[in-house]
Design a protein around this ligand. Structure first.
Ligand code: ATP
Ligand code: MG
Length: 388
């Protein structure tokens, strides 16, 4: 068995003292991500991680695709390992890259040698392998500038590796290395993208969904769980906290002025999110808000919204255009689910003429007729959890 996946680390190599911790976190995230795809040995040497199949049952294509979704990986290649001898490397290149070599008309060999005790220099080894391949595949023209195929040779600690190039990884930092955060996950386009973006910066996510049965249906809840299942590919294990929101909304509708409905609902969401954060050791609250998109997303409204919580509110989409958000949603695979037509809990209670520049004192006065503490406590007590 010599097929192997070679992962190169991104930014985390720069992290000095913390590097070991980042690497270990990444390795454990990788293990969890490819659990069920076969038996692998996973280890790191010289700022690369090796994913080595231990038997024939390993699904290497699926494993490669899964690893492309793991944050902290800058690039990855499928490679073949062989003995650290020039002849063995040439033979491996001939057999492992046979199809690729037959399918192109020009090539070059590029060697990286991190084992400095290897008897040839990188240039000598490239020449040797290039010459041998040229003999074996006489149709191939060597082309140092724009080759159709670059044969990569890496002479590393335990073995030499041959591969035909690398693909870009998911980038970012390993999930968990930045601590935890709650993410307010609706069924819309924006919040799944926001969740993805903050997981990419190393946050472990606890998704929170506000559910207003019967104003929103079981289908709307299922849609959120389906979105979370897609996000799990990037974020690792997710347990969605489903918060019953109906009673708060009905109380508000009965007692508060309509123009403040949206902002009052959003302030309840923040209070409850903060409670969940405190219970789970989370250090921030993530939302999919985007400046100017709707009435509740002006700077004035955001200031009033976040005035009732003390944790930092992270809004990674704040300065993006809708088109940019949509293209990211497509790329990560959430867009098609997000546009399914199930109503969100807020749309049902959307005022006809919402205040776009609310003032904190007036909002506080408007909501003061409600028993805020009791309503918040009751909602938190009614949370149900769905582990994906
Ligand atoms: P999205 O596409 O994420 O739903 P949106 O543009 O529809 O966003 P709003 O409805 O104003 O915007 O919601 C702003 C943010 O509040 C959302 O991005 C999300 O983080 C949070 N949010 C809204 N509704 C819910 C909900 N039912 N459950 C959890 N979070 C919600
Ligand atoms: Mg929405």
């Amino acid at each position: 068995m010599n097929d192997i996946i070679l992962l190169k680390l991104g930014e985390l190599v720069l992290k000095g003292q913390n590097r070991r911790y980042f690497e270990q976190r990444l390795i454990s995230n990788i293990k969890r991500r490819i659990e069920g795809l076969g038996n692998f040995r996973i280890y790191s040497v010289q700022s690369a991680i090796y994913v080595e199949p231990l038997d024939e049952t390993c699904d290497m294509n699926e494993t490669f695709n899964a690893l492309k979704q793991v944050f902290g990986v800058a690039s990855l290649s499928r490679a073949a390992a062989c003995e650290k001898k020039a002849e063995a490397i040439l033979e491996m290149a001939k057999t492992y890259l046979k199809d690729e070599l037959e399918g192109v008309s020009s090539f070059k060999v590029e060697t990286k040698r991190s084992d400095k005790s290897f008897p040839m220099t990188s240039i000598e080894l490239s020449r040797y392998v290039g010459g041998g391949l040229h003999q074996a595949f006489p149709h191939l023209k060597p082309d140092m500038h724009e080759p159709e195929l670059t044969v990569n040779v890496e002479v590393r600690d335990y073995a030499a590796y041959v591969h035909a190039g690398s693909e870009r990884g998911a980038g970012g930092l390993p999930v968990g290395t930045g601590g935890r955060a709650v993410s307010l996950l609706s069924g819309g386009i924006d919040s799944p993208v926001a969740t993805y973006m903050m997981a990419k910066r190393g946050l472990k996510i606890i998704p929170v969904h506000f559910f207003s049965f019967p104003y929103t249906s079981e289908l709307a809840k299922q849609k959120v769980l389906d979105l979370a299942a897609v996000l799990k590919n990037y974020c690792g294990d997710l347990t969605v906290e489903i918060v019953p929101f109906t009673r708060i909304q009905e109380e508000m509708r009965a007692k508060c002025p309509e123009e403040y409905f949206t902002i009052i609902m959003r302030r309840f969401m923040m209070r409850i999110a903060q409670e969940i954060a405190d219970l789970n050791g989370c250090k921030a609250i993530i939302t999919g808000e985007n400046l100017g998109q709707v009435a509740s997303q002006t700077v004035e409204a955001m200031a009033v919204t976040e005035a009732c919580c003390s944790l930092p509110v992270l809004r990674p989409l704040i300065g993006m255009d809708k088109e940019e958000i949509i293209s990211l949603a497509r790329k990560i695979g959430t867009f098609d689910l997000s546009v399914l037509p199930y109503e969100d809990c807020c749309t049902v209670f959307t005022p006809r003429r919402p205040k776009t520049k609310p003032r904190l004192e007036l909002v506080e006065a408007a909501e003061s007729v409600l028993d805020i503490e009791a309503l918040t406590r009751e909602a938190v007590a009614g949370i149900s959890r769905v582990k994906l």
